[in-house]
Design a protein around this ligand. Structure first.
Ligand code: PLP
Length: 473
């Protein structure tokens, strides 16, 4: 690491990123490429010797081959970026600290207390924060958080019922739960036949009900199985439905079921007091909650926060005692070693980025971002509702609008989406819920403005007219 060269190259990269954002509207939101377009252009092996002016050459390739466009990206829940997030990433990479144990990096480890800052900003119940006897940690994604939570729950349960009963453990979620949950359950050794995907319906807004969960748990208990884990979602992937956490907690009360709240997307909305009620129900019942600040809290990929009410359960399942990674005996009981809270040993210094984001934007800044996106989504919804060819079949939640042409086959709506995305002027996605195909417009990109919403809507209208014309409607 040569300081002078780092300064020169750093300026190149910062200028490159700044130019990219300045010209972002010039890029198509989605490249029209076919599989293999990039691999066919890349050499098949790494260069043996350093390339001449390698960084500048690589930046040219990034510009020509790799750059995405984004303010007109409405397809997925956002991976939102900010100066603070990007520079926090750079700072963390530059410092290259590894906070796997307190002894390895005391300051980087202790900075992870920023999960308490975030938890308070999101109005999480105190019992999930260090300040209240629980605690949080940062990892890459919700997929990892789910796995850690379920493994902690599994081992705690097996310690009570006996390891031989692993085949009897049952987990519960809805048919709207993100696949990461069932994937985690599979990795944790839960039998597929013991994963209950409880059906939801449009009548209850694609939310779980206490009644349906209670019935499923009661049936398993009656059959001699062992209820283990319930995953409630605040902001489902398809329609941003909100499972009623308090009601679900009451439904499994006394059954020894670990309740996890997956708030990967909508957790961010809880920064606004007017939306925090969606998680307030977790107060008395949640054993763990996870959310992705990289989705909608400007914390650039990757950053997932997992909070648990009983950190000891995580440590019991994931803790390791390796003599190479010595704990300082004098401080062992006074420190947190995050390697014992998750899968990874070596860890990225994500706390630095999140700390920077929270300091640079403040809770007010994050609220302003979330509210602005919700306003834009509401404006988009109004435009949809004003065109009688369309309907909004499920209520807009947060900054997600699900809509479709009425009175036509799912296939026609699918063709509209395909046509919209082919324009390169807007990028949306779809979901099939209750047999109904809906287009999804998720607002959340940092650079999205009202004008992008208006343009996106006129693209949808144009393409819908063209598709309908081919069907004779
Ligand atoms: N849970 C929900 C509700 C999601 O919407 C998503 C992704 O969009 C995930 C979990 C998975 O998140 P990650 O990519 O961080 O694993």
């Amino acid at each position: 690491l040569d300081a002078g060269e780092f300064r020169r190259q750093g300026r190149l990269v910062v200028d490159f990123i700044a130019d990219y954002y300045a010209r972002i509207d010039d890029y198509p939101v989605r490249p029209s490429v076919t599989p293999g377009f990039l691999t066919s252009k890349l050499p098949s092996t790494a260069p043996m010797t350093p390339e001449h002016d390698a960084l500048a050459a690589a930046l040219r390739d990034v510009r020509d081959l790799i750059l995405p466009g984004s303010p007109r990206h409405f397809a997925h829940y956002p991976a939102s970026s900010s100066n603070a997030g990007a520079l926090g990433e750079a700072l963390a990479a530059g410092l290259d600290l590894n906070p796997f144990t307190w002894a390895a990096s005391p300051a980087a480890t202790e900075l992870e207390i920023v999960t308490d800052w975030l938890g308070k900003a999101l109005h999480l119940p105190g019992r999930l924060l260090f300040a209240g006897g629980g605690g949080g940690t940062l990892m890459g994604t919700t997929c990892e958080a789910m796995l850690c939570a379920i493994v902690a729950a599994r081992d705690a349960k097996l310690a009570v019922v006996g390891e031989e009963r692993i085949g009897d453990l049952v987990v519960y979620c809805s048919d709207q739960t993100h696949f990461s949950f069932l994937k985690a359950a599979r990795i944790a050794g839960i039998r597929r036949v013991n994963c209950r995907e409880i059906p939801t319906s449009i009548q209850n807004g694609f939310e779980l009900t206490g009644e349906s969960v209670r019935a499923a748990v009661d049936a398993d208990v009656a059959a001699g199985r062992v209820p283990l884990f319930l995953c409630a979602t605040v902001g489902t992937t398809a329609t941003a439905a909100v499972d009623p956490v308090a009601e679900l907690g009451a439904a499994v009360e006394g059954r020894g079921v670990w309740v996890h709240v997956d708030a990967a997307y909508a957790g961010a909305a809880c920064v606004c007091p007017e939306h925090s009620h969606v998680i307030a129900g977790a107060g008395d019942v949640a054993d763990s909650v996870s959310t992705n600040p990289h989705k909608w809290l400007l914390a650039n990929l990757d950053c997932c926060a997992l909070w648990v009410a009983r950190p000891a359960a995580l440590v019991a399942a994931l803790g390791t005692d390796d003599h190479v990674i010595l704990k300082d005996a004098d401080v062992a009981d006074a420190v947190v070693d995050y390697k014992d809270w998750q899968v990874a040993l070596s860890r990225r210094f994500r706390a630095l980025k999140l700390w920077l984001v929270l300091r640079c934007h403040g809770t007010d800044g994050l609220r302003a971002t979330v509210r602005a996106h919700m306003r834009m989504a509401a404006a988009f919804e109004r435009m949809v509702r004003a065109d009688e060819r369309f309907e909004v079949p499920v209520p807009r939640r947060f900054a997600l609008v699900c809509f479709r042409l009425v009175g036509v086959e799912n296939e026609v709506n699918r063709r509209v989406l395909e046509a919209v995305n082919a324009t390169g002027r807007a990028y949306m996605s779809s979901a099939i819920v209750g047999g109904m195909y809906v287009l999804r417009c998720a607002v959340g990109n940092t650079l999205t403005e009202e004008r992008h919403m208006r343009e996106a809507w006129s693209v949808v209208q144009e393409q819908a007219s063209a598709v309908l014309a081919t069907t004779g409607q």
